[in-house]
Ligand binder design. Structure first.
Ligand SMILES: NC(=O)c1ccc[n+]([C@@H]2O[C@H](COP(=O)([O-])OP(=O)(O)OC[C@H]3O[C@@H](n4cnc5c(N)ncnc54)[C@H](O)[C@@H]3O)[C@@H](O)[C@H]2O)c1
Length: 379
């Protein structure tokens, strides 16, 4: 069976869905691997690196996709690529289907069996395939590194003969995978760190990393026991805004990572909070792809407000650390395929009743199968 690795075409996408390491392992399964020319450029992987690992380099997407039974990509294919993917092929990528629901019927109509890796259930067996975690972890690290570069003072306390430079105060909003890595990274750089979240489990995790917890603790937050946070009520948001308005103005750097699966990101840092910050302060909005946690964020851009606050609202933060992000993403996809590889039949075997398969498959056999994307039944 032939597996095609596509070159990503969407703006700000630098990652690639396979690396020479995973190509070797895919070939070990018995697959032929075709990599579209230039697919690894953004992640510092040359065509000759892929060739050395045993891949065939295809001149363009059409050549890579011709006869492919499996397609690996990072983002959803563009409409012209959807038309080029052979019917019945298995496409494995992160189409961000909740934000781009139109892709789902398009894939079904093209007869593509599409696995949306961002929908992977958060169960122990799936941890090594968990693209959201692998990418969020790197994004959290990168956010702090970019914040420290944009911050005009420095993160650690520096005691010199000429005097003392105080440490930066960093406040992290959302302490999931990205937020916890942001806390750890900011602490390693010597900052004084505090953080907030709505899930009660996050409080101990924040404290265990040496950061202070700041947050509203009420009945509503106590009920947040799932792996993903739910959207909070207006009453909770008001309480949170009151508490955080003081916190934000006292901090130098705000790292925003709060997300609600399938929804627009909650707006937590208001314009008034931004206005209250000191000149030179930095806000990094990792939630910008989902609309942003900060009211003043300009998605896909970096701005400086009239009161001198820099807001980094770039999209695709994992793509800003492309070598590591591609390496982990490619391994996540390899593990997924290997787990469902039928050695005897030399093809993937995707049992419809398997929890992982139920979670990720958007379309199969020309139909939409994921419960979240089924068309509402006519009354
Ligand atoms: N296999 C597994 O068991 C598995 C895998 C991955 C993650 N997890 C766990 O799932 C949890 C969430 O992880 P994530 O990083 O994917 O979450 P996420 O990216 O969906 O959200 C980031 C964080 O924002 C928080 N948040 C949402 N709304 C908020 C608000 N209004 N105010 C403040 N914070 C808000 C969430 O609680 C979460 O901690 C973590 O505890 C993580 O360890 C488990």
């Amino acid at each position: 069976m032939r597996l095609a690795v596509l070159k990503e075409r969407r703006a700000s996408e630098t990652r690639v869905a396979a690396t020479p390491e995973t190509v070797k392992r895919l070939i070990g399964l018995g697959l032929t691997v075709a990599v579209e020319a230039g697919a690894g450029t953004g992640a510092s992987i040359s065509d000759s690196d892929f060739t050395a690992a045993g891949a065939e380099i295809a001149a363009d997407a059409a050549a890579a996709l011709a006869g492919a039974g499996i397609v690996f990509a990072v983002q959803a294919p563009l409409p012209e690529q959807v038309a080029q993917i052979p019917r019945d092929a298995l496409l494995v990528c992160t189409p961000n289907a909740f934000a781009n629901p139109d892709i789902v019927p398009a894939l079904a109509n093209a007869g593509i069996d599409a696995a949306a890796m961002e929908l992977l259930p958060r169960i122990t067996r799936a941890q090594s395939m968990d693209v959201l975690s692998s990418q969020a972890n790197l994004a959290g690290y990168r956010a702090v590194i970019e914040a420290s570069a944009a911050f005009p003072r420095g993160f650690p306390m520096m005691m010199t003969a000429a005097g003392t430079v105080p440490p930066a105060r960093v406040f992290v909003i959302g302490a999931g995978v990205a937020g916890l890595q942001a806390i750890a990274t900011a602490r390693r750089l010597g900052a004084i760190v505090s953080a907030t979240d709505v899930r009660p489990a996050a409080k101990e995790e924040i404290k265990s990393l040496g950061a202070a917890f700041v947050g509203v603790e009420d009945e509503e937050s106590a009920s947040q026991t799932g792996a993903y946070a739910r959207e909070m009520s207006d009453a909770f948001r008001r309480k949170q805004a009151e508490l955080l308005s003081n916190t934000v103005s006292k901090n130098d750097v705000i790292i925003c990572t709060a997300l609600v699966m399938g929804r627009r990101a909650p707006v937590i840092v208001t314009q008034a909070m931004v206005d209250s910050m000191r000149p030179g302060s930095v806000i990094v909005d990792l939630a910008s792809d989902a609309g942003g946690n900060c009211e003043a964020t300009k998605g896909g851009d970096s701005i400086t407000t009239p009161n001198g606050v820099t807001i980094l609202g770039w999209y695709n933060w994992p793509g800003r650390i492309p070598v590591a992000a591609s390496s982990l993403y490619a391994r996540n996809l390899l593990t997924f395929l290997t787990s469902f590889w039928d050695k005897d039949a030399q093809m993937p075997k995707l049992p419809a009743d398997d929890e992982i398969i139920k979670g990720v498959m958007l379309t199969r056999g020309g139909a939409v199968v994921h419960p979240s994307f089924l068309a509402p039944q006519a009354a």
